[in-house]
Every structure is written in structure tokens, then in C-alpha cells.
Design a protein around this ligand. Structure first.
Ligand code: ADP
Length: 161
């Protein structure tokens, strides 16, 4: 596909589920921009800069991937980058209502931009940043659910708490 895709998200932090979506979408697009959403109304564990730094480290050497942060509407950001596709992952049915509503709204705002969904792999369908943070907060390993450097960053965050 000769399209540029934006993969927007909180990525607080990046998990193996996100990684799997990127890995599978990678051959399908000319370029994928991983875009960390800066949302001051959503509390986060990692700053946008920390989240971006972890993502950059994980995808070092993947030459079709670019990295960015953005504020405001995803469709406006896509237009500013010349992207025609929003990439999203779908886990259990709990994701569906939210993702469907957002994709319909985005279609109204920008009919030329398509949302492209990939179903979560069986292995990752219950991996979520929220759960990973909760487990790590209580000192338990999440090394099978996140890349190694994310695991280390989580351990460090909770070291003194
Ligand atoms: P947001 O706050 O925008 O939902 P997330 O970082 O939680 O940001 O997720 C970004 C995207 O990745 C969403 O489309 C989400 O459904 C998808 N995603 C999250 N975890 C997984 C997973 N384990 N497998 C597949 N897709 C996932």
C-alpha cells in the first residue's frame, strides 16, 4: 500500500500488543508514524517524552517508522503529515464500542481518511498498558507483556514507591 499510516495512542507505556500491531502493519504501508497523544486531561505514568524515548529505542533501525507527539484531533494531525490512514488495534469487545464511535466521528470530520483496524493477536488480546502498570506497581514482573526496556523503565518508576 502506498499510504502513510498514523498509529496514534497513549502508549503509557508501549506493550507487546502495540508492538505486534506495528509488526503486522509494517509491510502494508509506505511509512508508519507512531504518534504519542499528549492529553493533559488524562493522567499518565510516563511523560510524553519518556514514552516516545522508549518507543524510539524499541523501533531503532525500522526504517519505515517515524516518531512524533501530537496534540488535538487525530485527523488534523494526519492531514498535517499527509497521512490517509489511522491505524488502530482491536482487542476484546470492550474496545469495539469506543473504537467504532471514534472512527465514525473521524470519518465525519475527514471522509478522506480511513481507519484501519487490526485484530489483536490471541496472545496479546488481554495485554493493556493499564493492567501492566497496575501489576508493576505491586512489584510483579511484566516482562512477558512489554519489551525489556519498558520493563526496566517500569521497575525504575516504582523503585522508590
Ligand atoms: P488510546 O489511549 O488511544 O486507546 P492506547 O495506547 O491504549 O491508546 O492504544 C493505542 C491503540 O492500540 C488502540 O487502538 C488500542 O486498541 C490498541 N491496543 C492496545 N493494546 C493492544 C493489544 N494488546 N493488542 C492490540 N491492540 C492494542
Amino acid at each position: 500500500m502506498k499510504s502513510i499510516a498514523v498509529y496514534p495512542g497513549s502508549f503509557d507505556p508501549l506493550t507487546n500488543g502495540h508492538l505486534d500491531i506495528i509488526r503486522r502493519a509494517y509491510p502494508l504501508f509506505e511509512k508508519i508514524i507512531i504518534a504519542v497523544a499528549i492529553n493533559s486531561r488524562k493522567s499518565s505514568l510516563f511523560t510524553p517524552e519518556e514514552r516516545l524515548a522508549l518507543i524510539k529505542e524499541v523501533f531503532k533501525g525500522w526504517d519505515k517508522i517515524e516518531f512524533d507527539t501530537f496534540q488535538g484531533l487525530t485527523v488534523d494531525y494526519c492531514k498535517s503529515r499527509g497521512a490517509r490512514v489511522i491505524l488502530r488495534g482491536l482487542r476484546a469487545v470492550t474496545d469495539f464500542d469506543y473504537e467504532y464511535a471514534i472512527s465514525l466521528m473521524n470519518k465525519k470530520l475527514a471522509p478522506e481518511i480511513e481507519t484501519f483496524f487490526l485484530m489483536a493477536d490471541n496472545e496479546y488480546s488481554f495485554v493493556s498498558s493499564t493492567i501492566v502498570k497496575e501489576v508493576a506497581r505491586h512489584g510483579k514482573a511484566v516482562s512477558n507483556q512489554v519489551p525489556d526496556i519498558v520493563n526496566e523503565a517500569l521497575l525504575k518508576k516504582f523503585e522508590n514507591s
